[in-house]
Write a protein that binds this ligand. Structure first.
Ligand SMILES: NC(=O)c1ccc[n+]([C@@H]2O[C@H](COP(=O)([O-])OP(=O)(O)OC[C@H]3O[C@@H](n4cnc5c(N)ncnc54)[C@H](OP(=O)(O)O)[C@@H]3O)[C@@H](O)[C@H]2O)c1
Length: 322
């Protein structure tokens, strides 16, 4: 697998990232469909064998247990210096007025808890999971800079927010000589393309790595419209993101996949990967062939006509996933 530049930095990452929201204690947090440690084990091992070096989790996933499981498995199977480990901060981790958000206090508290759960002394990428309207962005960016200077993170990144907010965050870092955001983890796939208006052009212009989350629309792009899985039945957040009009796009993915004789997931990922603004889609894998398809998508080149057929039915829609 050929690794790619992580935005404007010298870091190189695999062109697909393993999304570790799928791994955690199903009894804790908001993902009853997540896989426990023993079930997650082969996915971490197989991802490493395939050349994937980039792993994404968050403090909130399954109430911290995603970080615990992923940390233990990576410590077992990988050399820490070979992998790029990313986590996030923002979501509520404890009751009380300072139990979440991006205040200096929250960031300094949460990085230490994440490192303890992950069993490491640093993360490679520390991302703000959302925009915090209650904290001045300067407070947040300076705290992130201090996390980097303390050796607890190598790079900082951001996730779903408006492009004007991200531009403001980049400006705050620039004006004050603080560590610059290296990446944007945003909601982007064939069923949600609003990022093409402002965020992707901003990232391309600024040399920011783009890491699309839910690149397969949480599985909707991988199967017939309406087909249910354990995850679709328990995915409360996913249920808020897509709508009935999306069926035509899902059918188009099916038609292109059939024409090529490949699984739909490969087509949906290959479409994302043709976009030069995209660095590394973050794929969720809950069955062995999911990883195989993600890796195979890297060598599937769609034609212009195929891409046009996949894009034709998209209509603008309200912002979703912030
Ligand atoms: N920053 C954020 O706010 C944010 C939000 C969401 C996610 N994320 C990150 O993005 C990662 C990926 O999110 P996601 O799991 O929603 O992504 P996704 O790749 O869009 O969806 C994964 C789901 O798609 C199905 N699937 C995947 N590969 C398949 C294949 N080859 N064939 C058939 N079905 C396939 C599976 O569904 P079934 O299990 O139903 O079979 C799987 O659980 C997360 O782990 C997390 O790291 C970040």
């Amino acid at each position: 697998m050929e690794h790619v530049a992580f935005g404007r930095t010298g870091l190189r990452v695999s062109p697909v990232t393993l999304g570790c929201m799928s791994y955690g204690d199903p009894a804790r947090g908001a993902h009853p469909w997540s896989l426990d440690e023993e079930s997650a084990r082969p996915f971490i091992r197989r991802a490493l064998e395939a050349g994937i070096n980039f792993f994404d989790t968050a403090n909130v996933y399954s109430d911290g247990t995603s970080e615990e499981i992923v940390g233990r498995l990576l410590n077992e199977y990988a050399d820490r210096d070979d992998i790029v480990l990313a986590t996030k901060v923002f979501g509520r981790m404890r009751p009380g007025p300072n139990g979440g958000g991006l205040s200096r206090k929250a960031i300094m508290t949460e990085i230490d808890h994440s490192l303890r759960r992950l069993g490491t002394d640093h993360v490679d990428l520390y991302q703000i999971h959302r925009w915090d309207p209650r904290t001045p962005i300067e407070e947040t960016v300076e705290a992130l800079h201090d996390v980097v200077k303390a050796g607890k993170a190598r790079y900082v990144g951001a996730s779903s927010m408006y492009a004007w907010q991200f531009a403001k965050a980049l400006k705050a870092a620039e004006l004050n000589g603080w560590t610059r955001f290296a990446s944007m983890q945003n909601h982007y796939n064939l069923l949600y393309r609003e990022e093409e208006r402002e965020m992707l052009p901003l990232c391309a212009d600024e040399g920011i790595a783009v890491l699309p989350w839910s690149p397969l629309a949480r599985g909707l792009l991988t199967r017939e419209w309406g087909a249910e899985t354990e995850r679709t039945r328990g995915d409360a957040f996913g249920g808020t993101l897509y709508r009935d009009e999306d069926r035509a796009i899902v059918d188009a993915v099916g038609a292109v996949a059939e024409g090529r004789g490949v699984p739909r997931a490969r087509v949906a990922l290959a479409w994302l990967l043709r976009n030069p603004a995209v660095t590394s889609p973050i794929v969720g894998a809950t069955r062995p062939h999911h990883l195989e398809d993600a890796v195979a998508a890297l060598s599937l080149e769609l034609t212009g006509d195929e891409a046009a057929a996949l894009e034709r039915h998209y209509t603008p829609r309200p912002v979703a996933g912030h």
